[in-house]
Design a protein around this ligand. Structure first.
Ligand code: SF4
Length: 682
């Protein structure tokens, strides 16, 4: 279908570039990758939806987004353009869950426990068994669906759930209802858009989308004879399209798969063990409920409760003592190793074999000690805080054994890592706590697995999408169409200034250079217009050292550093309260990507000052491993990473066509890099 025909059907007028893309992609495009590089505010969301619906004929679309703001953009566009698609935005399951208390939620977040690591089995709030659920649902289907479609997923999670529950007027779990509604939409043969964060495509929560999308298969189970016509219809109905928004983030999937263990985590787990034991002793669960929950008979449930209670009463005090002694021993050892490896904040050092051996064995010893607490946790909570520690510890140990022996039986136990050969052990530090970490050095296996899971056309979109060669080599994704609109589609106004009197080159990182940087920044801020100034440093250390030299700016100019304020609404209030707000952020931190200071689509950020070239830290072992795994020459890899950081941070200042911002590139190396990157004023 031509772009013009689509415009006629929808009664809308597309932008010329949108028309061009629609006319460029053939109608029969059914299973390949299209990569689109175009800036934020240019209408990428709409074009991805139009391609999916009109070019690929997809009945179900999955949109993988990074943040809730991006999730909302899809939800809004579907409603605004009347595309005849049901948009269902999936937020974290833990946000929906009524059986987790605030402490557990906080701990899950802190310990980075996957959202799906909680059990929903036989939950009293779950909908009845699916067949009955459908009957239950049939009565309210439209009203409930409208409740989801009409509730803004960008509301704070608690408010979102409260608002939903008010509209549903029902006590069942909102997460369960949403999943069942999605299946209902498929059964009614309506077009469905599932919007979820990356884990819904690339990680364990993808089982939710997989299960929803298999609804049609359930109607025609394998083995059931069906007419050719029905099979053809089935194939048409099952056609899906996958949209990956802000797809440059695929590069960071490997970071998101990281698993960490530390002394602090051991302490947290033990605290929860103690709390759960107390809970069990004070208020033991009803054996009938446990029997029902676990699908066992009452005697067995009674035995389980009795054994767990006896453990808590008689053995736990001793276990606690031994565990505390182990924690205390490990605390000293981790500190010692932290010093030996010279670990600095957010940097990674590859762990040597003898230390991997020593530490994984210690974690396993602790894990064995707390193992009986898993049964206690199982009886009193839906969270999986203790279990998740033991699972991670088991993974660490097996990965170590695999690396040591290369034995296939260990490899077989590491299926959840996809490709254990790409994982390494590191030591790192965050907020002064030393961690042992395992993480993959490439995102490619994760992407390949998701690609196989969700077959059909994929659309990758981003304003900072790396080139085709990079996507194919580093992410392992063959690209059929690479459409670069970055030069032809320009949003807002950008003035680019280069300052050559400073540099962040390693050999020049001296107190004198930092003073120069501070002077340059102060000059810009004092002489510039009102608004938010985003200062982007190559790393956290430089941010602290240089920001310390800027404390003499007048107090009417508010300054905050990344890490001090994590909450965007708080930053928004500061941006509104102070005529000039200076935000110190660093490369690799969360602000560069996630800071969305906008009102009515317009950005509050008027200046982005790059305090050096944001190359990744070449001294960092994880960076070195990633470069090696990429197969690219080091300098090329580094330049692409720096370009992505500059474009991302700069892009925070231009969110729509009315925005106008100044980008100051403070480093002499920008004089040639900016030419290479086509960074000009417009
Ligand atoms: S079904 Fe129950 S356990 Fe699962 S998320 Fe809902 S309330 Fe929580």
């Amino acid at each position: 279908m031509s772009a013009e025909e689509i415009e006629r059907q929808l009664g809308i007028e597309l932008r010329p570039w949108q028309r061009k893309i629609l006319n460029q992609i053939p109608d029969n495009f059914s299973n390949g990758v299209i990569a689109i590089r175009a800036p934020t505010g240019s209408g990428k969301t709409l074009i991805s939806l139009l391609l999916s619906l009109f070019k690929f004929g997809a009945k179900r679309i999955i949109a993988g987004v990074r943040t809730k703001t991006e999730q909302t953009r899809f939800w809004e566009d579907v409603r605004k353009f009347n595309l005849g698609v049901v948009p269902l935005a999936f937020i974290a399951k833990s946000a929906h869950c009524r059986l987790l208390n605030d402490e557990e939620l906080k701990a899950m977040k802190e310990l980075n426990i996957e959202d799906m690591d909680m059990s929903c089995a036989k939950c009293m709030f779950a909908l009845p068994h699916e067949e009955r659920a459908n009957i239950h649902l049939a009565r309210y289907f439209d009203a409930w669906l409208n409740a989801f479609i009409d509730t803004n997923p960008n509301l704070p999670p608690k408010q979102y759930i409260e608002e939903l529950m008010g509209k549903l007027n029902d006590t069942h779990c909102t997460y369960d209802i949403e999943k069942t509604l999605a299946k209902g939409v498929i059964r009614l043969r309506r077009r469905l858009l599932l919007i979820g964060t990356y884990p819904y495509i690339f990680s364990f929560p993808s089982v939710v989308f997989e299960s929803i999308l298999s609804t049609y298969d359930e109607d025609y189970p394998v083995g059931v004879e069906a007419e050719d016509e029905i099979l053809a219809e089935k194939a048409r109905e099952a056609r899906i399209a996958v949209i990956i928004d802000e797809a440059h983030n695929l590069d960071k999937l490997s970071d998101q798969w990281e698993r960490r263990l530390s002394v602090k985590r051991m302490e947290r787990v033990l605290q929860f063990g103690e709390r759960y034991c107390k809970q069990l002793l004070e208020k033991p669960p009803n054996p009938l409920d446990i029997a029902e929950l676990k699908g066992i008979d009452v005697e067995e449930a009674e035995k389980m409760i009795r054994e767990a209670t006896e453990f808590c009463r008689n053995e736990f005090p001793q276990v606690k003592q031994t565990a505390e002694a182990l924690i205390s021993k490990l605390k000293d050892r981790m500190k010692e190793l932290g010093k030996e490896y010279e670990v600095t904040e957010n940097a990674y050092k590859r762990l040597r074999f003898e230390h991997i051996n020593e530490l994984t064995l210690d974690f396993e010893e602790f894990s064995k000690l707390i193992m009986p607490l898993i049964r206690v946790e199982d009886l009193v909570s839906r969270a999986r805080i203790i279990r998740s520690f033991t699972v991670n510890s088991g993974l660490f140990y097996t990965l170590y054994k695999y690396k040591e022996t290369r034995a296939p039986e260990y490899r077989d136990q590491l299926l959840s890592l996809i490709d254990p050969d790409t994982w390494n052990f590191y030591m790192t530090k965050e907020e002064d706590e030393v961690y042992v970490s395992i993480k993959p050095v490439t995102s490619a296996p994760i992407i390949t697995q998701a690609r196989a899971k969700f077959e059909g056309p994929w659309i990758l979109m981003s304003g900072t999408l790396p080139d085709k060669d990079y996507i194919e080599k580093v992410w392992g994704l063959h690209v059929d169409y690479y459409i670069d609109l970055s030069r032809e589609v320009r949003i807002g106004h950008r003035e680019v200034k280069i300052i050559t009197e400073v540099t962040s080159e390693f050999k020049h990182r001296t107190p004198e250079m930092y003073r120069k940087y501070a002077e340059v920044a102060k000059r810009i801020i004092l002489n510039g217009d009102d608004g938010v100034y985003l200062l982007v440093y190559p790393n956290a250390r430089m941010m602290i050292d240089i920001a310390n030299l800027m404390m003499d700016l007048p107090s009417s100019i508010k300054q905050v550093r990344e890490g001090e304020v994590r909450n965007i609404p708080v930053l928004m209030n500061l941006a509104k309260k102070y005529p000039k707000l200076v935000i110190h952020a660093f490369n690799g931190g969360s602000f560069i990507e996630g800071i969305e200071l906008t009102e009515n689509g317009r950005s509050f950020i008027k200046y982005v000052v790059f305090m050096g070239v944001p190359y990744p830290n070449i001294k960092d072992d994880y960076t070195k491993d990633k470069i090696r795994a990429s197969g690219l020459p080091e300098y090329r890899y580094m330049k692409i990473q720096a370009w992505m950081s500059v474009m991302q941070a700069g892009g925070r200042s231009i969110r729509n066509n009315e925005d106008s911002a100044v980008w100051v590139l403070a480093d002499y190396r920008f004089s040639y890099l900016s030419k290479e990157w086509g960074l000009t004023s417009y």
